[in-house]
Design a protein around this ligand. Structure first.
Ligand code: COI
Length: 369
């Protein structure tokens, strides 16, 4: 099955000039530039999914009473396409994003996009805009699938129509400071998610609700917010929009542990991949509950040697220091630790084709046009 079997191709006659594109690929930043095309697929109660098409990237026009602007049925995904050593292009575990997109849709009472259509949309857009996939360290094409409600009306109920859109944006390092360790603020005032809430879904509202805590972190001189559980503000959950890992010990006997998925955490694809990859590198990897006290005490005793956050956009980001209303501590020497650096390189090597893919994670693109 190829993207073009399912998606009608209606490309632009006026793509961006190649020299201008190369300028953008040289310094892409994150989410600043977009490729020449997008894919849209429509759903309505009568027809289900229909009208799948690749069209020129363009603004969408909306009625001000469209339900998404009022009640927020909006979900998204994030994944990357990497240039491979032979010049080809591959994505990383895209079927995991397809499945999570379906889970997010279910939680927000939205229709599920079939995995086949999700993958076909990626295939069609990357094939069409393949010249937009940069090469070079830390560079990729970030793919952003999203879906939102499109029915016009103010009644509070699930919309009877939706639009799926896939856009793509060349990306460099996610954090402007590159790979320098981040300083985190433990938020005891705000919660990202509560039991029974939407924490497990990748929905727009979770990110909207995070912004005031992120601003508070910045006021405290920190780069990122760390979320604790909503009930006790005791158990560590996530950092900003990323999962967390704690490294215990060092060298060959190091182990890594990530907070257990309780329903209020996002099940990150990078988080999941690292549970396996760490084992390949000889580290014991597990999921467990970790309290703020465990973190502070483990850091003081030297048991916790490194901490890092992980996600698609930034891959792995070291955490160098922690601050809360009552405490402050530095992790190790505050610099990127060896286990963090080794895992980061091992994962990126698989994604970029520099190391063999032992787990069938790399999904090469079959160019069809
Ligand atoms: C990721 O790490 O991929 C994220 O989800 C962050 C994104 C919202 C930019």
């Amino acid at each position: 099955m190829t993207g073009t079997d399912l998606i009608a191709l209606k490309p632009t006659g006026t793509p961006l000039d190649a020299a201008e594109r190369e300028l953008r690929l040289a310094e892409p930043g994150f989410g600043r530039f977009f490729t020449d095309h997008m894919v849209t697929i429509t759903w309505d109660a009568g027809q289900g999914w229909h009208d799948a098409q690749l069209v020129p990237y363009a603004p969408l026009s909306m009625d001000p009473a469209v339900m998404v602007l009022h009640y927020g049925q909006a979900i998204f995904e994030g994944l990357k396409a990497y240039r491979q050593p032979d010049g080809g292009i591959a994505t990383f575990r895209p079927e995991e994003n397809a499945r999570r997109f379906q889970r997010s849709a279910r939680r927000l009472a939205m229709p599920e996009l079939p995995e086949e259509l999700f993958l076909a949309s990626l295939q069609a857009l990357i094939s069409q805009d393949q010249d937009w996939v940069p090469s070079g360290a830390e560079k990729s094409l970030y793919l952003r699938p999203l879906m939102f409600s499109t029915e016009v009306g103010l009644g509070v109920r699930p919309s009877s129509s939706y639009l799926y859109v896939l856009i793509a944006s060349p990306a460099g390092a996610y954090f402007p400071r590159g790979l320098k360790p981040v300083t985190v603020w433990l938020s005891e005032e705000y919660s990202r998610a509560a039991p029974g809430g939407t924490g497990e879904a990748k929905c727009a509202g979770n990110y909207a609700a995070s912004l005031v805590a992120q601003a508070q972190a910045a006021d405290q001189g920190c780069d990122q917010v760390v979320w604790l559980d909503a009930g006790e503000h005791r158990w560590v959950e996530e950092m900003g929009g990323m999962n967390l890992y704690f490294v215990r010990g060092s060298g060959d006997t190091a182990s890594i542990v990530t907070p257990t998925l309780t329903g209020s955490l996002l099940a990150g694809v990078t988080r999941d991949s690292l549970l396996t990859l760490a084992g390949d590198l000889g580290y014991v990897a597990s999921a467990d509950r970790i309290s703020v006290d465990d973190w502070r005490d483990g850091n003081a005793s030297g048991e916790i040697t490194e901490v890092f956050a992980c996600g698609t956009a930034a891959v792995i980001t070291p955490v160098g220091a922690v601050k809360s209303a009552s405490h402050e501590w530095t992790i190790g020497d505050g610099e990127t630790g060896p286990v963090t650096a080794r895992l980061r390189k091992a994962l990126l090597d698989i994604q970029t084709g520099a190391a063999p893919d032992m787990h069938g994670w790399v999904h090469p693109l079959t160019v069809t046009i």
